[in-house]
Design a protein around this ligand. Sequence first.
Ligand SMILES: *[C@@H]1O[C@H](CO)[C@@H](O)[C@H](O)[C@H]1NC(C)=O
Ligand SMILES: *[C@@H]1O[C@H](CO)[C@@H](O)[C@H](O)[C@H]1NC(C)=O
Ligand SMILES: *[C@@H]1O[C@H](CO)[C@@H](O)[C@H](O)[C@H]1NC(C)=O
Ligand SMILES: *[C@@H]1O[C@H](CO)[C@@H](O)[C@H](O)[C@H]1NC(C)=O
Ligand SMILES: *[C@@H]1O[C@H](CO)[C@@H](O)[C@H](O)[C@H]1NC(C)=O
Ligand SMILES: *[C@@H]1O[C@H](CO)[C@@H](O)[C@H](O)[C@H]1NC(C)=O
Length: 221
Amino acid sequence: MATATWFFFSFLIFVSASADTSKNVTDNPADKLVSVLNSNRTAHKLSALADNPGLACIALQYIKAFEGNCDDVGGSNAKKPAESEFTDTFAPKCGVQASTLTQITGRLLGCQSKYLHPAEAFSDLLIENNRSLEILYSKNHTEVGAAVSGTDGGSPYFWCVLFSNGKLNSSFVLESGAPKITGTGCFSGANDECSGANRSQRRMWPYATGVLIAVAYAFGL
Ligand SMILES: *[C@@H]1O[C@H](CO)[C@@H](O)[C@H](O)[C@H]1NC(C)=O
Ligand SMILES: *[C@@H]1O[C@H](CO)[C@@H](O)[C@H](O)[C@H]1NC(C)=O
Ligand SMILES: *[C@@H]1O[C@H](CO)[C@@H](O)[C@H](O)[C@H]1NC(C)=O
Ligand SMILES: *[C@@H]1O[C@H](CO)[C@@H](O)[C@H](O)[C@H]1NC(C)=O
Ligand SMILES: *[C@@H]1O[C@H](CO)[C@@H](O)[C@H](O)[C@H]1NC(C)=O
Ligand SMILES: *[C@@H]1O[C@H](CO)[C@@H](O)[C@H](O)[C@H]1NC(C)=O
């Protein structure tokens, strides 16, 4: 009996210890995207950008505003959330203090029917033309936030990168110190593990696979 109990507890300890070591910031596709983006910038002699979890959480809300409709991202039917949504919807959902909202200096948004690895999402989806390169290499940015999500954890996958010229400690500040976790999707900067972008494949995208849509905006908010 004592042996069985001992065995049981050491098993528990073993499990929790291994869970701890597997908790690694890099186990999050949004963090990986920021890391790819920053190494690309530094390779071009530009500063690495601070990863701001409040801004990244807002990037995830930005994605959710598209309600899974890839068609709304680019092309002739392109839609864009109203600027007022940043203050009225996105910030409150994340618990970002309204007074700390700072100018967005660039946005990259892409949608893909199949899951890409972060490095591919960066080079094949998000950075696909001169305009997005110009935004990537802008000296106006000081911080970044990235998010990836399927609407309910499945296809299609949206990737969003928001850039800002704020200071890390005084922009997109979270009321509670940590962002509210809302449903599926992953965002960068919060030191959490996440593979929510892959959670299920329930919803199949009704178009040919391999279709991808991306847009880049220089300004906003
Ligand atoms: C996370 O994992 C990667 C590779 O698996 C490793 O190189 C890195 O050092 C780990 N980081 C931390 C903070 O444990
Ligand atoms: C940075 O990313 C762009 C777009 O994907 C690519 O063309 C370029 O080669 C990358 N630079 C480095 C140093 O990886
Ligand atoms: C756009 O990119 C192409 C190659 O990627 C380059 O030849 C061209 O000069 C660029 N155009 C502008 C306006 O930057
Ligand atoms: C940087 O900011 C300045 C002034 O706000 C603006 O005129 C310029 O177009 C911006 N550059 C980029 C690449 O967005
Ligand atoms: C941000 O705040 C932390 C602690 O609150 C501090 O250690 C850090 O130096 C600050 N960073 C900047 C850029 O002000
Ligand atoms: C998502 O699933 C695909 C295959 O189902 C796999 O190749 C990929 O590595 C997974 N990605 C993550 C972030 O778990």
